[in-house]
Write a protein that binds this ligand. Structure first.
Ligand SMILES: Nc1ncnc2c1ncn2[C@@H]1O[C@H](COP(=O)(O)OP(=O)(O)OP(=O)(O)O)[C@@H](O)[C@H]1O
Length: 309
């Protein structure tokens, strides 16, 4: 089931009488339960504007947002299904403690104080923050504040979670923890919209990606398929030691490229012949040449800026 549906969104800002900026021209995508969608794009592409329209903060000029079938601009109860951590961790009160924040936002979201307190305690335990529950938020580390910001966004058990740069500025360990939590939250049945400029994190976490450039979606598909589509069909063979001259010339005669300990095979039908020649030399890896999300992203953005408007 689709939790979020975004259809043909459009938004133009008017900064002065004459000056108009079309931030979002045509944006459509959907996110199903249990899915993490990475919403990616270069600076100024229109991500924040789109997210603000999804969160009901900006009215689109055209198009429609539906959260669990409800339009947040017309039906306020749509926002009950939404949790968001936007612009860092500004959804927290810094002088309050974690449990006070959780209780406060729980009540604000319509929970009774008792339920908010109980859920708050459960979330603190799950996010490994129980030991800090009585410390003012401003004394917590950045990683702890980030975890708390996500916990606060989950207090009313929303179906859709918007996360903007959830791992920015975190150390390796805190990044691992936040990544694990994001996957866990999705597997509970929630839909997650993740925006980040950290493309390695997007690649690791997302089931699908939507790439926006100059206000329009240029790709929207499964992360795995997108990467496969951009990956070559060549194979790379890597050996532990440099290959002797005799083998190098035999392999080159077959049409493969040899560079010290690495062989690039573009004609895949010769792969086993090459491996036969290499026997019994120890191999480190035999792999299909694989693109990554960063390369795919750059190619898509570049192709678009080169194509005529
Ligand atoms: N309130 C505003 N008034 C006028 N123009 C705006 C306003 N907000 C954004 N813009 C313009 O709209 C375009 C898209 O901005 P937006 O913030 O949505 O991009 P973004 O993809 O979130 O960028 P970034 O990755 O840098 O945060 C930009 O050209 C920006 O200057």
């Amino acid at each position: 089931m689709q939790v979020l549906e975004v259809q043909h969104l459009q938004k133009t800002y008017r900064s002065s009488r004459k000056h108009l900026t079309t931030a979002v021209r045509d944006v459509s995508f959907a996110i199903a339960q249990q899915e993490v969608l990475a919403f990616l794009g270069p600076n100024g592409a229109g991500k924040t504007t789109t997210i603000k329209m999804i969160a009901g903060l900006i009215l689109p000029d055209r198009g429609e947002v539906k959260i669990n079938g409800l339009n947040p601009h017309r039906e306020a109860q749509a926002l009950r299904s939404l949790g968001a951590v936007l612009e860092g961790n500004r959804n927290l009160y810094w002088r309050l403690t974690p449990i006070e924040n959780l209780e406060y936002f729980g009540v604000l979201r319509g929970l009774s104080q008792k339920v908010a307190r109980q859920r708050g305690r459960d979330l603190l335990e799950r996010f490994e923050l129980s030991h800090k529950r009585r410390a003012p938020v401003q004394t917590l580390s950045r990683g702890m504040q980030q975890k708390l910001a996500i916990a606060v966004a989950l207090i009313h058990e929303p179906q859709l979670l918007l996360l903007d740069e959830p791992t920015l500025g975190l150390d390796v360990e805190a990044t691992q923890t936040v990544k694990r939590l994001i996957r866990e939250i999705a597997s509970e049945g929630r839909a997650i919209l993740l925006t980040t400029h950290q493309l390695d994190i997007a690649e690791e976490l997302s089931d699908r990606v939507a790439i926006i450039n100059q206000g329009a979606i240029v790709a929207e598909e499964s992360t795995e398929e997108l990467i496969r589509r951009f990956s070559g069909s060549a194979y790379v063979v890597e050996l532990e030691q440099e290959i002797d001259r005799d083998r190098v010339s035999k392999i080159q005669n077959l049409g493969a490229i040899v560079n010290e300990k690495t062989i690039l095979i573009r004609e895949t039908e010769i792969l086993y012949e090459v491996l036969h020649i290499l026997q019994p030399l120890p191999l480190i890896r035999v792999e299909k040449e694989q693109a990554n999300l960063t390369e795919v992203f750059l190619q898509l953005i570049q192709n678009q800026s080169e194509s005529p408007c």
